[in-house]
Design a protein. Structure first.
Length: 214
């Protein structure tokens, strides 16, 4: 497949990112065009190329590892969708991060105090268990970052209800890597406080967590 063919297909609604990901896995020489396409003025090409890279990072992370800095730079993107996809890709790349690249950008990745989007924080939380499992030596730092959710200020566009939803996500994340953390007491205390959370779904998550851990 020629590079121009890839871009043409990405621009078609019926073409799926999964198809492009399979083609690139078979022929990695096509990869540079996909990276270039993330800057396309055509929204369809831009986002489908980013989705393609996310799919590759899930199944063949080694194909993208050398370009991890590219995704780190996207964390500063004004385009939230590219930022969220980059966050997911970076989390996937931690599973093969032999050079400990993520360790150096952990603070940048976990910018919870400055995150103004519920979805951004949600991606941070959802990716945390994967990162902690891939990098056990960072578990304590990751745990401490997630514990900050409880005291996160609520200001537009993040409401108290948004915060309660994020707390529920945090409980689910803790559940996935609880056994490997040294902060068990702090996590238990955090979850116990959520048994009084005004959001019923979050309260139920807390109750289920404690039932299995105490």
């Amino acid at each position: 497949m020629k590079n121009i063919d890839i871009l043409e297909k990405l621009g078609k609604k019926e073409h799926k990112a999964e198809d492009t990901a399979r083609n690139i896995t078979r022929d990695p020489t096509l990869l540079p065009e996909i990276f270039k396409a993330t800057s396309s003025r055509n929204p369809g090409i831009k986002f489908k190329s980013a989705q393609t890279l996310r799919l590759i990072s899930e199944k063949n992370p080694e194909t993208l590892y050398q370009k991890m800095d590219f995704f780190v730079d996207l964390l500063d993107s004004d385009n939230n969708i590219l930022k969220w996809i980059a966050m997911d890709i970076i989390a996937n790349l931690t599973t093969i991060d032999t050079k400990n690249k993520f360790d150096k950008i952990l603070d940048k990745y976990y910018h919870l105090p400055s995150a103004k989007s519920m979805i951004t924080i949600g991606h941070l939380i959802d990716n945390s268990a994967k990162i902690a499992k891939a990098k056990p030596h960072l578990t304590k730092r990751i745990t401490n970052e997630l514990l900050k959710i409880e005291n996160m200020p609520t200001k537009p566009p993040i409401t108290q209800e948004c915060k309660n939803i994020l707390i529920g996500k945090t409980i689910l994340a803790f559940d996935k890597f609880f056994e490997q953390t040294e902060n068990k007491a702090h996590i238990i205390s955090f979850v116990k406080r959520q048994t009084n959370n005004p959001r019923n779904a979050t309260k139920i998550k807390a109750q289920k967590f404690l039932k299995n851990k105490e």
